[in-house]
Design a binder for this molecule. Structure first.
Ligand SMILES: Cc1cc2nc3c(=O)[nH]c(=O)nc-3n(C[C@H](O)[C@H](O)[C@H](O)COP(=O)(O)O)c2cc1C
Length: 367
């Protein structure tokens, strides 16, 4: 039976184990450039079979939160190079998560204080982001009302994704993950309540998935399919995304289209409220039947569940988010049955080294 700590062949890469560090925004970068703390944070966590970075905006327009590192400029590429060098020096593997937030942004962090863009004009009700209420004051603010992208502009965003993927390879990343989850731009196109378009990007399942698949194709063209993963959150209602009747069909159609394109992996998130599971065995099995490649699953993952799902071949890799915040050596702790530290949510976003690079390894504190 396959074990969680067995190696895994992901395209040309050999992963040391089947534990993935899930992408987590930490909002600790000044001027949108990854810095030495970013490099140290990821270096400490290189024991994961694969690290997926925090969401990384592909363009100024793609930004939704202050203090997040981007990947559209030369300076940002140089910043990320220090991160990938640090992770590779520990024999780790790292993919960049490419992000466009769409409507979940605020004019204070948009170029020229323009309105954020989306598939349609529907605002995200009761959603906040961390931006600026005036030139000097940062804090949580309501997201701004969006405007729909024109048909031509959708092509431009697709090219921005391809450019960011090329930048990621220049920065030394082993690959990229397109952020197609959690209510951001791609989901705003997938969901018919936010996608009210009359052009060939709106309406049928084929049309609503067109933008995402065109972006996948453009990124594959830029860096090759074995280096392109994608994150999806079927049935998630995060950030004011209502459920819809065709959700299962939409994601199973995507599964077969992504299978045809032979992408490196699909990273699913189970957005479960505590104690429940929305991606049940039935849906996971149906998804696996349509998508023949590598499946990663995240969301409330425990070692016990990960061992069961990997052992049963329902998924290939198991992703852990919050446990990696407080346990840089999470894989070693799980392998050895060492206790796992609980992270402090008050230091998840923003600030400096505290709650970021000062969580100790277990062995070092007890040896
Ligand atoms: C602080 C924090 C930041 C996050 N940022 C991102 C992000 O940038 N991109 C993303 O796809 N998911 C993000 N997530 C979701 C995680 O990747 C993960 O799916 C979620 O935390 C559930 O896994 P867990 O229960 O193991 O923490 C974030 C979660 C947390 C706690």
């Amino acid at each position: 039976m396959t074990q969680l700590f067995d190696t895994y062949q992901l395209g040309e890469l050999v992963l040391e184990n089947r534990v993935v560090m899930a992408p987590m925004t930490r909002a600790r970068c000044v001027d949108t450039v990854a810095n030495s703390d970013t490099a140290e944070y990821y270096r400490q966590r290189a024991g994961a079979g694969l690290i997926v970075t925090e969401g990384t905006p592909i363009s100024p327009e793609g930004q939704g939160y202050a203090y997040v590192p981007g990947i559209w400029s030369g300076e940002q590429v140089s910043g990320w190079r220090t991160v990938t060098d640090a992770v590779h020096s520990e024999d780790g593997r790292i993919f960049a998560q490419l992000w466009h937030v769409g409507r979940l942004s605020h004019i204070s962090i948009q170029p020229g204080r323009q309105r954020p863009v989306s598939a349609g004009a529907a605002p995200a009700h009761e959603c906040k982001t961390f931006a600026f209420s005036d030139a000097e004051t940062d804090g949580f603010v309501d997201v701004s009302d969006p405007r729909p992208l024109s048909t031509e502009e959708v092509g431009r965003v697709t090219r921005d994704f391809a450019g960011a993927a090329t930048n990621a390879r220049t920065a030394g990343f082993d690959g990229v993950e397109l952020h197609g989850a959690n209510g951001y731009l791609f989901e705003q196109f997938l969901n018919p309540s936010t996608n009210t378009r009359a052009d060939h990007y709106g309406g049928s399942i084929r049309n609503r998935t067109r933008f995402l698949l065109e972006a996948v194709d453009a990124v594959i063209e830029a860096i090759g399919s074995i280096r392109v993963g994608i994150r999806l959150s079927p049935f998630s209602e995060l950030f004011d995304m209502p459920s819809y009747a065709e959700a299962a069909d939409t994601y199973l159609y995507l599964a077969s289209e992504l299978s045809r394109r032979d992408v490196a992996y699909v990273h699913l998130i189970d957005q479960r409220p505590a104690g429940t599971c929305i991606l049940d065995v039935g849906f996971l099995s149906a998804f696996r039947a349509c998508y023949r490649g590598t499946i990663i699953l995240a969301g409330g993952m425990t070692q016990e569940l990960a061992e069961k799902l990997v052992g049963n071949n329902l998924i290939d890799l198991a992703a852990f988010g919050q446990p990696f915040i407080a346990n840089p050596d999470l894989v070693e702790r799980m392998q050895n049955g060492w206790p796992v530290t609980t992270p402090d949510p008050s230091s998840y976003y923003g600030g400096g080294a505290e709650g970021y690079i000062d969580y100790p390894r277990f062995a070092r504190t007890t040896a």
